[in-house]
Design a protein. Structure first.
Length: 365
């Protein structure tokens, strides 16, 4: 468990649960899901001392649920947001979570494995419940400590979180950035498959992998839709808050609304790109079968033209192979050469005719 006290430019970390609310600033209590489950009485008692109330049982169940989709809920004293983020490795998952289905194909498909992160936003406390050894929590905590130390050492003004809600949105925004990085890898992979599908000199065999990609994109689309709905509900809730008492508080409220819309816009970008990737995969498959059909038509057209060229030759050979006593040119010394000359002339004439009509020409690809 990691506990941070953020007061203006000062950021301090401790591992002990506080017994009194801070005089200024706010607290960030970041704990793993296993820690939250085992130390739930102590955490609830701390929330009672700091905020005057505890988490309700249903919200505790939501924070402990590893299969819960992204969602938003609230009470009169606090807000709860569950946001699914990408798992970065085997150490970044919950031991109690059901192991994901082993996926075949490129490594980028194995990255579409998500785990929920829970946020309980109070007036002066932000409680976050992460998977065990969560890389997102550790990375943001290191960035927060570095920013605070830089601000104190250099005397410059850096943008530190001003409220628990602001800190929550920054963490969520960092999670969304992981999806933005994932879309670039998916784009490169699908572009590679498009090149293979449209290459006439290769035969595409990765149909099962391509099907896995389509299913993964559908799953990612559903995840992003849940995320967008949760953040949209949060944004609507922020807009319904009563006006602030002071201009500074109103400014912080406006900044919070702007950051909420920015996070929502990032999620919408991910949704738009995922749907574009789905369309690209569908278009690539359709173009592949269309190109295969065109190549089949070219082959059949060529074979038909060659058959048409040899049909008169077969007719002449069949005529001279009849069992009649008298056939013109059959008993003449030059008859064979006349027949062969006629065959060659007819073949060349038909070949030239079909070439001029482009029946034997290769279609440009």
């Amino acid at each position: 468990m990691r506990i941070f006290t953020i007061n203006g430019p000062l950021v301090a970390e401790t591992s002990l649960l506080p017994t009194a609310p801070p005089r200024a600033g706010f607290l960030w209590i970041a704990c793993a899901r296993r820690e939250f489950e085992t130390q739930q009485p102590q955490i609830q008692a701390t929330l009672q001392q700091l905020c005057g109330m505890q988490l309700v049982d249903l919200h505790v169940s939501d924070l402990l649920n590893t299969q819960l989709p992204s969602r938003y809920d609230y009470t009169s004293q606090y807000d709860v947001l569950v946001f699914r983020r990408l798992a970065t490795g085997t150490a970044d998952t919950d031991p109690a979570q059901t192991p994901p289905i082993k996926q075949s194909g490129p490594p980028v498909l194995r990255r579409i494995n998500t785990s929920p992160v829970g946020f309980a936003v109070f007036d002066q406390v932000l409680l976050t419940v992460h998977p065990d050894d969560c890389a997102v929590r550790d990375a943001f905590a290191a960035k927060l400590l570095q920013t605070g130390a830089t601000e104190v050492r250099n005397g410059v003004t850096l943008r530190l979180p001003v409220s628990p809600a602001d800190l929550m949105l920054r963490i969520v925004n960092q999670m969304v950035d992981g999806y933005l990085d994932l879309r670039r890898e998916l784009t490169r992979q699908i572009d590679h498959w498009q090149a293979e599908l449209l290459n006439p000199r290769t035969r595409f065999h990765n149909w099962s992998t391509l099907l896995d990609v389509r299913l993964a994109l559908h799953r990612l689309d559903e995840i992003c839709e849940d995320q967008r709905a949760a953040v949209q509900d949060w944004t609507d809730a922020v807009g319904s808050w009563p006006p602030a008492d002071t201009p500074a508080a109103q400014r912080d409220r406006d900044l919070l609304a702007v950051r909420s819309r920015d996070v929502l816009e990032h999620i919408e970008r991910v949704v738009h790109h995922v749907r574009r990737l789905e369309q690209s995969a569908e278009t690539a498959v359709q173009m592949h079968f269309s190109a295969q059909g065109n190549r089949t038509n070219d082959i059949m057209r060529t074979l038909t033209a060659l058959t048409a060229i040899f049909l008169p030759l077969n007719l002449i050979a069949a005529i001279f192979g009849m069992n009649f006593d008298f056939i013109p040119l059959l008993h003449r010394q030059a008859g064979f050469w006349w027949a062969m000359g006629a065959m060659v002339f007819i073949a060349l004439a038909l070949g030239l005719l079909f070439w001029r009509k482009q029946y034997l020409a290769r279609t440009g690809r």
